[in-house]
Design a protein around this ligand. Structure first.
Ligand SMILES: Cc1cc2nc3c(=O)[nH]c(=O)nc-3n(C[C@H](O)[C@H](O)[C@H](O)COP(=O)(O)OP(=O)(O)OC[C@H]3O[C@@H](n4cnc5c(N)ncnc54)[C@H](O)[C@@H]3O)c2cc1C
Length: 412
């Protein structure tokens, strides 16, 4: 059987480029097809949790614009407090730069990259996959779908079940240079306002990235939330004695876009024959925080490792990939969903808990740093952990009610 390549990767986001990098580094013939031309703007906050750095086998420092040691929390725009961590919690990047950097690593490792090549269909037979773009066809032994939330590969492979959509808006705003300097290590987070969602400010080198996100069912009320959040950042909060230096003086809005946040709601298949799906294409984003880059990178890595084992003859089916994703990533994401229900049922209590309790703040930091996992949170409740699932179930009902009430009140 003639193959054009061993593995085709569809999409040059973090999932696709890291998968291509790993495969090429192992001497495997890999072709990456990307529909856009780089560099391109990607709608994303560009927040990288510390745990991402442990997954990437090279330094990301050329594309890191800020290192985060402070979180400034507000609840419903008020009750503001700032927490500090000596260890870095997060890093901020511009996604266009990060994606171009990861793609270059894949090229340097030997991956063949074809830009402006949009995959429109594929067909599997007993020996591999024929992948069609608008102009060409390629025959490959294996295919990795890393096409993001559009999910063309995952839908065509029948791997898009149980995926719910969230929605998020992202804006890039310039501000007073003194404010940029003062908040260069601080993330702003407003939670407990929009049920099931939150708003953020991520500091970048020469501007701030500001966004709001939550369930797509609240899409109508997200823009009003964004505007009120922006307004609150320019005013001294009344709940505390803040100096005028705690506000941000925004200047110009450079861009404002929305995009989807696909969230898988149960364990299921992530492979079909010779095709596996990764990252957003597989619905692997965190329902609590909207974080997707870590899951894209981790699943891209697992996909590349599984393809490599298959091609070397160590395994004869791609089943193991679904098992790895379910056991590791889905276990974690389903726990995140439970914590989300609890948070949204009693947001003010959790806000105060993080503000007043050092253990809670440290646990928050350890999760961002990948030193603890969501699955460990339940164990922190000691003898009460047996009531965890019941508490999550009741909280989910309260969360839905709050969402409906909020929608009714704010959609005019
Ligand atoms: C507003 C917003 C803010 C966010 N902020 C954060 C954050 O701060 N931190 C975080 O961790 N996550 C964040 N996320 C989530 C994060 O952006 C995604 O989870 C992440 O980009 C997923 O990476 P990926 O590689 O799976 O897909 P993508 O990054 O979406 O990459 C997919 C690539 O595939 C290409 N493609 C699509 N279809 C085709 C096709 N048919 N043929 C060829 N190529 C194709 C696309 O052009 C794209 O380059 C945010 C999301 C949104 C919407």
């Amino acid at each position: 059987m003639f193959y054009d390549t061993d593995v085709i990767v569809v999409g040059a986001g973090p999932a696709g480029s890291l998968a291509a990098y790993i495969l090429a580094s192992r001497g495997i013939q890999v072709t990456l097809l990307e529909k856009t031309l780089f560099p391109r703007y990607k709608v994303c906050g560009g927040g990288l949790t510390h745990k991402i750095l442990k997954e990437i086998p090279f330094s990301l420092s050329p594309v890191i614009e800020s290192t985060i040691h402070f979180f400034r929390f507000s609840h419903n725009y008020g009750n503001v407090f700032t927490r500090h961590s000596a260890d870095p919690l997060m890093y901020c990047t511009m996604r266009g730069d990060l994606d171009a950097f990861l793609l270059q690593k894949a090229i340097d490792a030997g991956a063949e990259v074809r830009m402006g090549e949009q995959v429109i269909s594929f067909l599997q037979d007993g020996s591999g996959v024929t992948v069609s773009t608008k102009e060409k066809s390629f025959h490959t032994r294996l295919m990795i779908g890393a096409e993001g939330a559009s999910g063309i590969v995952s839908r065509m492979a029948g791997l898009h079940d149980a995926v719910e959509m969230g929605l998020a808006w992202e804006a890039e705003l310039t501000a007073d240079p003194e404010d940029l300097e003062r908040f260069s290590g601080t993330v702003f987070l407003d939670w407990g306002t929009l049920p099931g969602g939150y708003a953020w400010v991520f500091p970048k080198k020469d501007h701030f990235s500001i966004g709001v996100g939550g369930p797509a069912t609240l899409s109508k009320v997200m823009m009003p939330y964004y505007h009120r959040f922006l307004l609150s950042l320019g005013q001294t909060p009344s709940s505390i004695h803040h100096s005028p230096s705690s506000v941000i003086h925004f200047q110009e809005t450079l861009s404002l876009h929305s995009w989807l946040l696909p969230v898988r709601t149960r364990k299921s298949l992530f492979h079909q024959g010779f095709v596996v799906v990764t990252g957003d294409a597989a619905g692997l984003s965190d329902p609590l925080t909207g974080e997707g880059i870590y899951y894209a990178i981790r699943s891209g890595k697992l996909a590349a490792e599984t393809c490599s084992e298959f091609l070397s003859g160590k395994i004869n089916s791609m089943d193991i990939y679904s098992k790895k994703i379910n056991d590791e990533l889905m276990t974690e994401l389903l726990e995140a969903n439970k914590i989300k229900h609890i948070f949204n049922a009693v947001p003010l209590k959790i806000h105060s808990f993080v503000g007043n309790n050092d253990r809670a703040w440290k646990a928050f930091g350890k999760i961002l740093r990948g030193e603890r996992w969501y699955a460990d949170v339940r164990d922190g409740f000691g003898k009460w952990k047996q009531f965890w699932n019941l508490a999550c179930f009741i909280s989910a009902i309260l969360e839905k009610r709050k969402e409906k009430r909020y929608l009714k009140k704010h959609s005019g």
